[in-house]
Design a protein around this ligand. Structure first.
Ligand SMILES: C[C@@](CO)(OP(=O)(O)O)[C@H](O)COP(=O)(O)OP(=O)(O)OC[C@H]1O[C@@H](n2ccc(N)nc2=O)[C@H](O)[C@@H]1O
Ligand SMILES: Nc1ncnc2c1ncn2[C@@H]1O[C@H](COP(=O)(O)OP(=O)(O)O)[C@@H](O)[C@H]1O
Length: 295
């Protein structure tokens, strides 16, 4: 690429955090097959990093591929093109990514990447779209994109787009990926999935507290993916364990960083679980993306 197509001195690096579903209830199914959820989203400080270099020539390119995702299917490229079209800007961008979040793991990495692109390019291209406008665009890319645009821990309803900010405890989490891949559509299509939980109010959900929280996908995911059941049981020896989204990642909350690190160190010594990935991550109420953009 000739360097003259880049706009000088305007490169930007932004974080793209993961999320946990601290609880997730499925309260119904819409005509279009999508499920109505009640969930509490919280960000974690485990992040991908996206690097943006705006361009004069209108080209949108991801300069380092993500294995298994075609360039034009990548949510990074799709989000950038969507915003370019919606705003009518003639600017483009080169983007590269440092990928740290496991793909398809229930941490929302793809959705978070899309939200970071929408927020980052809105800033770099000086478009002036509101968060509500960006969230509406983002929802067409995935049900989890709006919460990453919203940028605060949230109680969510609908398919996850009706958001109310909440303030949660910010424990240290152990997050485990038991190295299996969960197909989200297959979980939502399973006839045995619990999809008739009684709707509750946000106040009730928050009063119940972490010990009352559950994920309605857990039974179906455990049945279909026995290694996830093994990992949930392993982690439950140390603290109550729960699935995030439709998995494959699961997590437990600890009072201190050291207690979480000791648990992960114990896991690393176990030969039979050495194929699992594990992280210690801090729960956050404000997304690091909002902090980086100063909004
Ligand atoms: C269930 C959640 C909770 O956070 O889990 P994870 O995907 O993060 O595990 C998300 O809402 C998922 O969001 P996202 O991964 O963006 O889902 P989408 O791409 O929109 O949908 C993937 C497929 O899952 C099903 N789906 C998804 C969301 C929903 N509320 N009802 C559904 O039935 C649909 O079959 C859809 O085709
Ligand atoms: N930039 C991206 N990062 C991760 N996954 C992506 C990206 N673009 C497209 N995808 C696709 O989206 C799927 C869901 O990814 P992800 O959001 O990480 O998982 P989940 O929805 O389970 O939290 C991936 O399996 C992948 O095929």
């Amino acid at each position: 690429m000739p360097t003259s197509t880049l706009i000088p001195s305007s490169t930007l690096t932004l974080p793209s955090p993961g999320k946990l579903n601290r609880m997730l209830h499925i309260v119904g199914r819409r005509q279009d097959g999508y499920h109505e959820l009640q969930t509490i989203f919280q960000f974690i400080d485990l992040c991908d990093q996206l690097h943006f270099s705006p361009r004069h020539d209108g080209v949108i390119e991801l300069t380092n591929a993500i294995t298994g995702v075609a360039h034009d299917d990548n949510l990074i490229v799709r989000a950038a093109r969507l915003l370019q079209q919606a705003s009518g800007t003639r600017l483009g961008t080169s983007i590269s990514i440092d990928k740290n979040l496991p793909m398809g793991g229930g941490l929302g990495g793809g959705s978070s990447n899309a939200a970071t692109v929408l927020m980052g390019l809105n800033h770099l291209w000086k478009l002036g779209l509101t968060k509500a406008e960006l969230a509406r665009l983002g929802l067409t890319l995935g049900a989890d994109v709006p919460v990453f645009v919203h940028g605060h821990s949230a109680w969510a309803e609908g398919v996850g787009e009706k958001l109310t900010s909440v303030t949660l405890d910010t424990p240290w989490f152990v997050v485990i990926h038991p190295s299996v891949s969960v197909a989200t559509p297959a979980i939502f299509q399973d006839p045995e999935l619990t999809r008739d939980s009684h709707p509750i109010t946000m106040a009730r959900a928050l009063q119940g507290g972490a010990s009352e929280w559950r994920n309605d996908c857990e039974a179906t995911v455990k049945k279909r993916y026995p290694p996830i059941a093994v990992a949930l049981d392993w982690l439950a020896q140390y603290a109550p364990s729960r699935l995030t989204g439709t998995g494959a990642c699961l997590f437990a909350a600890f009072d201190s960083q050291q207690a979480a690190q000791t648990t992960v160190a114990g896991l690393m010594h176990q030969q039979k679980h050495q194929h699992w990935q594990a992280w210690v991550a801090r729960g956050l109420n404000a997304s690091p993306l909002q902090d980086a953009l100063g909004c």
